[in-house]
Structures are given as C-alpha cells and as structure tokens.
Design a protein around this ligand. Sequence first.
Ligand SMILES: NC(=O)c1ccc[n+]([C@@H]2O[C@H](COP(=O)([O-])OP(=O)(O)OC[C@H]3O[C@@H](n4cnc5c(N)ncnc54)[C@H](OP(=O)(O)O)[C@@H]3O)[C@@H](O)[C@H]2O)c1
Length: 303
Amino acid sequence: MISSQHNAPGRILITGASGQLGSYVLRELRARDWPALAWCQRPTPDLFGYSCQSVDLRDTDQVIDAFRAANPEVVIHTAALSGVGDCFRDPAQARQTNTIGTKLLAELADRHSARLVYVSTDLVFDGTRSWYTETDCPAPLSVYGQTKATAERAVLDHPRHLVLRISLMFGPSINGRPSFFQQQIDALKQQTPCKLFSDEWRTPLHLELAARGLLRAASTDVTGILHLGGPERLTRLEMGQRLAQFLGCDAGVLEPAVRDDVPASEPRPRDTSLNSDRWCALFPEFPRPGFEEALASRMGNGE
Ligand SMILES: NC(=O)c1ccc[n+]([C@@H]2O[C@H](COP(=O)([O-])OP(=O)(O)OC[C@H]3O[C@@H](n4cnc5c(N)ncnc54)[C@H](OP(=O)(O)O)[C@@H]3O)[C@@H](O)[C@H]2O)c1
C-alpha cells in the first residue's frame, strides 16, 4: 500500500482545490499533515483545514502575483474547465483556462525552479484503438481534449515538469457538489431510470487513488508523460451494473445507450483505455484495485 511515509516534496501549491479531484488531494494532504496552498476559482470555504484562495487562471496578472507570493516548490495543477459540454459551448473560455492558464503556470513554475505536475486526460486520444501508451499520438475529438492536449505540449516544453494522464474517475463527491457518479448512486437507490453508454470504454480510476497517485508522482523527479488508469477496461453501463450489485440495488433501471442513437455536438471517442505499464514499473507498490475493491475500501468517507 502507498502510505504517508513519503516525505513532503516541498512547498505545495494545488490548483483546482475545490474540484472533485482537488478536494481528494487536499484530504490526502491533510492525512499526511503536509502544508499546502490551495487555489480555486470561486470563493470557497475552508476544505480539510486548508483555506482556498480565489485565483482565476484567466487573469494573467492575478496568477503572476499569486504565484510569486506562494513561491511553491511543487505545483499540482488540477484546475480546468473540465466538462466536455462546457468546453464545446464556450471554446474561448476553455482555451483560456485549460491551455493558456496551464502554459502560464508551466512557465512561472519553471522560472521559479518549481516542478509542475499537470493532470491531463485520456480524452486527448481519438479512441480508435485500446490501451493507449505514453508514446501514442494524441488526436483529440473534442474541444476539451484539444485544449488539454495543447496544454500538455506547453508543459512538456519544460523538462522538469510532468504530465499525468488519468482516466475517467469515480467515487463519492467529498466537496459537497453533485457529480455524475453521485447521480448514479441516487438513481439506483431511488430506482429512477438512468441511461449509460454500452459502447464506450475507459479504464476508470477511483478519485482517492488518483489523488494518491498525484502525490506519489509529485514526490519524485519523474518527467515526461505518465498514464494512470484503473486496471479494468469498462463501459459506463458495466460500471453502473457493478455499482448496482455493490450497493445491492436492482440494475434494471440502467438503460443501455449506444453512441449512434444519442445526438452529440462532437464525436465521442470509442475506447480511450490507458495502458499504465510505465506507472506500474515506476511504482510497483502502488495499489491498483479493481472497481468493486476500490469502492469497498474507499466508499466510507463520502457516502
Ligand atoms: N473528472 C474526470 O473523470 C477526469 C478524467 C480525466 C482527467 N480529468 C482532469 O482532472 C482535473 C480535475 O478534474 P475534476 O473532475 O476534479 O474537475 P472539477 O470538479 O470540474 O474541478 C475543476 C476545478 O478547477 C477550478 N477552475 C475552473 N476554472 C478555473 C479558472 N478559470 N481559474 C482557476 N480555477 C479554475 C474549479 O474552481 P471553482 O470550483 O472555484 O470553479 C475547480 O476547483 C482536470 O484537469 C480534468 O481535466 C478529469
């Protein structure tokens, strides 16, 4: 098991601290009692004892000033306009936040001799094959994927930084905000119909493991691109069915959906499963439990 044994990698700045992933990172930091500075966009109450500073990545001067004041040694950059639909509806905002904001942070980190760990996504791939490796070429289909892929290149211009691509995350929301996973739990418990794709594959990763993985990677000097997905290649329908079984609910309310039947503004990648062999070779001790095992050991805190 990965544990809190690792030393703090230095003064940590986490962006997107109020998000689904960011809040899990803060909880992990609190468990280790590591000091950290937390940034979010909107005013947010303290989370796990960390106060969140509002810094808008679209405001260059604000970011430069706040970065200088923070003077971090490690930046864990999770902030993003993360909704695929939101990015499609407002591509300018998506580019400003995801690409230009990330480029600025990567440059500032480099200038301040800090290391940046950038959270990217399996959606930089077009989904025409399976088990993508770090050497496969990104070919995003969505505005979201394009903004993240372009940001990756800006991060990789700086040799001490790391791009950590993660897959679809699941797990209870611990930041008090709704999430798709939480909606599925509600639908199953209340037995209300819920449509889930049966022809799109990901390698889902529990939020807690994604957060631990980020801290593990941030504690090293690993650079370049690294994939961290879960060990199983699953559709959203399979995830829903296994969640139903785990919760002891009837899965009959889950309706299969296929991509051709659902009108979409942008093409959707069919299979963006991630190959995590590089991760496993670097961190053989890191746990990679299957879907139910991850749920069983990690549902308690947010449910
Ligand atoms: N969710 C997934 O399954 C998944 C899969 C692969 C990769 N990722 C990547 O993982 C990261 C975290 O995703 P998530 O699901 O945790 O996202 P999330 O819940 O939507 O959180 C996004 C965070 O970014 C902040 N943010 C948004 N716009 C900002 C801006 N202009 N300036 C400063 N901060 C801003 C938000 O702050 P406010 O709350 O204050 O608005 C929030 O803290 C993202 O980089 C995403 O691309 C996510």
